[in-house]
Design a protein around this ligand. Structure first.
Ligand code: BV8
Length: 208
């Protein structure tokens, strides 16, 4: 068993579009380090220093609304995340509505931990059922500057209708998908190709 300690610096985030401290011009995001990263700099101009950190903190507020029921977004560290179609990791009692972490193997004979009814089902939104947290999603869509649809065919509603909802409130829309989706005509812009290519390219543009 090899015990490994890894030290990372700004370079590990550089290809995610975050600039390193020692960029070519020696400035840090166009500021001299002594002006924005020293106690003296803060004493001299606290407004400038807070503005510097506010700008870096508030670069982009991203909410991911996924139709997927797997936990891949969680595993990559996505924090603001809504599983509108539920999750494979969840169990739901069809009798009392209790939710608990789904065991690897769910059995119809397993009693609900809360009411003991043998009514355990996957906590998944099936066709004809209302997807979860729709009000939150619609509110976020209406308040967005940009709606980006990634890796979906635009076949299943109400998710497939989000682009129309966004357009209706004047939100800019972008489709990143392997091929044109059902609703591709509704998007202001579309880039087609594998997600591993079109998404990082778009993220780098956003971060630049
Ligand atoms: C509801 C959980 C009432 C299950 C799923 C109009 C309005 C409202 C409802 C309807 C409507 N018209 C019809 C309906 C009813 C129905 C519906 O939409 N039917 C369709 C088939 C016509 N909708 C419902 O029943 C929904 N509930 O309507 O409630 C209501 C009314 C009003 C307002 C609110 C509610 C419930 C739908 C949820 C069903 N459950 N999932 C499970 O996962 O086990 S849906 C299921 O489809 C999955 O969640 C999946 O995510 C989702 C959508 O599929 P996609 O993710 O897009 O996957 P797909 O394979 O289709 O496409 C993949 C895309 O990736 C492709 O475009 C491909 O090109 C691209 N791609 C492939 N490789 C790559 C790539 N892109 C980039 N890189 C690559 N390498």
């Amino acid at each position: 068993m090899a015990r490994i300690v890894i030290l990372t610096g700004a370079g590990i985030s550089a290809e995610s579009g975050l600039r390193t401290f020692r960029a070519a011009d020696g400035l840090w995001e166009n500021h001299r380090i002594e002006d924005v990263a020293t106690p003296e700099g803060f004493a001299r101009d606290p407004e400038l220093v807070l503005r510097f950190y506010n700008e870096r903190r508030g670069r982009h507020q991203v909410l991911v609304v996924t139709q997927n029921v797997d936990a891949l977004h969680e595993r990559t560290g996505t924090r603001a995340l809504i599983h509108m179609h539920g999750t494979l990791g969840g169990a739901l009692c069809a009798t009392c509505g209790h939710r608990w972490p789904a065991p690897a193997v769910m059995r119809v004979t397993a009693p609900c931990p809360a009411c003991a009814a043998r009514a355990a089902r996957p906590d998944i939104v099936w066709f004809s059922e209302m997807p979860y947290r729709m009000e939150e999603i619609w509110t976020a869509l209406r308040a967005a500057d940009l709606f980006v649809s990634i890796g979906t065919s635009g076949n299943v509603y109400p998710a497939a209708g989000f682009v129309a909802d966004a357009r209706h409130t004047g939100v800019e829309t972008l489709e990143l998908n392997l091929e044109p989706s059902m609703g591709t005509r509704l998007f202001d812009a579309a880039r087609h190709g594998p997600a591993t290519q079109v998404v990082p390219a778009w993220v780098a543009e956003m971060l630049a």
